[in-house]
Design a protein around this ligand. Structure first.
Ligand code: DGY
Length: 329
């Protein structure tokens, strides 16, 4: 039987041996993603695709991949993949939930603390030789302890943020499509509120919702207008949940006090973006899950999904399990 053919769109932080035992594996060695034309050419010849969030896996690509049996993404988010198109072709799509929850929550917390206590500004200030003496009002920021935190989206990562906030004795508000059960609310010490109330009452607002048609530009001018002038926004989810122009206006006019974002629209952020001129904004390059252990686990989960798909078995972490529904009649 001919070996399955697989294309992996970047070098992975783990061994590929167990994949190579069952498949002919080609790895894209570039530091940057393969161009769309390369993906289009590859997908015609492969049975399995292991991709990243930087690869646009759209309907055209999925329809051209007539031998494609599985798409496995090394990320929990999959807004770059046209899942309905894959489902229509009975192609299971895998992702990597759970293993990156704590790493992402840790980075979120680092950004929240850094923005509140002006860590990045302080570093720039020191390196610029501006530190002359201890000053009573130098680089003041708000308290984190006992402040009010608003969590938008209350899945695994939102809940992991609540656990961290509890240790800081914060009042924790959350909003989500579904209210979680009262025992969980009680154990995490969280209050369910409407999105608008969360914006009005929070000192820190942190975004943990997937990108979808419903959440695209969820934060725009009207939402910033509702927030406190002292509020700080954190986004480690997806850049397009926040309207960048509105964020620039809100930060530069003082409508909100600061922001710290790990994701932008587009990625990477263009070097001439006005956002990069702002001192009250921290930007990191989409490194929420970037701990060594986490990235290795993500890569292995993506390989598990890929191998299962190649063998015709159910993916352990499938975003479209309906492909397994037996059509009767
Ligand atoms: C994801 O997994 O969706 C993150 O954005 C990258 O780890």
């Amino acid at each position: 039987m001919p070996q399955a053919r697989v294309f992996v769109t970047r070098r992975l932080p783990t061994e590929l041996q167990r994949l190579q035992e069952i498949a002919n594996v080609e790895v894209w060695m570039g530091r940057e993603p393969p161009p769309y034309e390369v993906l289009l050419a590859k997908v015609r010849e492969i049975d399995g695709l292991l991709c990243l969030l930087t690869d646009k896996i759209d309907r055209q690509l999925i329809e051209i991949g007539t031998s494609l049996k599985v798409i496995s993404q090394m990320a929990v988010g999959y807004d770059n993949i046209d899942v309905p198109a894959a489902t229509a072709r009975q192609i299971p799509v895998g992702h990597t939930p759970g293993v990156l929850t704590d790493a992402t929550a840790d980075l979120t917390w680092a950004l929240l603390m850094a923005a509140a206590r002006r860590v990045v500004e302080g570093d720039r200030f020191t390196r610029a030789g501006e530190w002359r003496t201890w000053e009573p009002d130098l680089l003041l920021g708000p308290n984190v302890t006992s402040a009010t935190l608003g969590i938008v989206g209350f899945g695994r990562i939102g809940q992991a943020i609540a656990r961290r906030a509890k240790g800081f004795n914060m009042r924790i508000l959350y909003t989500s499509r579904h209210r979680c059960d009262p025992e969980l609310e009680q154990s995490l010490g969280v209050e369910f509120v409407k999105f608008e109330s969360l914006l009005q009452e929070s000192d820190f607002v942190t975004i943990h919702t997937p990108l979808s048609d419903d959440t695209y530009h969820l934060f725009g001018e009207p939402q910033f207008a509702l927030m406190k002038p002292s509020a700080i926004l954190i986004n480690t989810a997806r850049g397009a949940i926040v309207d960048s122009d509105a964020l620039y206006q809100a930060l530069s006019s003082g409508e909100i006090a600061g922001a710290a974002i790990d994701v932008t629209e587009p990625e990477p952020i263009p070097i001439d973006s006005p956002l990069l001129t702002l001192d009250n904004l921290i930007i990191t390059p989409h490194i929420g899950s970037a701990s060594r252990q986490t990235r290795e686990k993500m890569a292995n989960m993506a390989i598990d999904n890929l191998i299962a798909g190649l063998k015709g078995e159910r993916l352990p972490y499938c975003v479209n399990p309906e492909v397994y529904d037996v059509v009767s009649g």
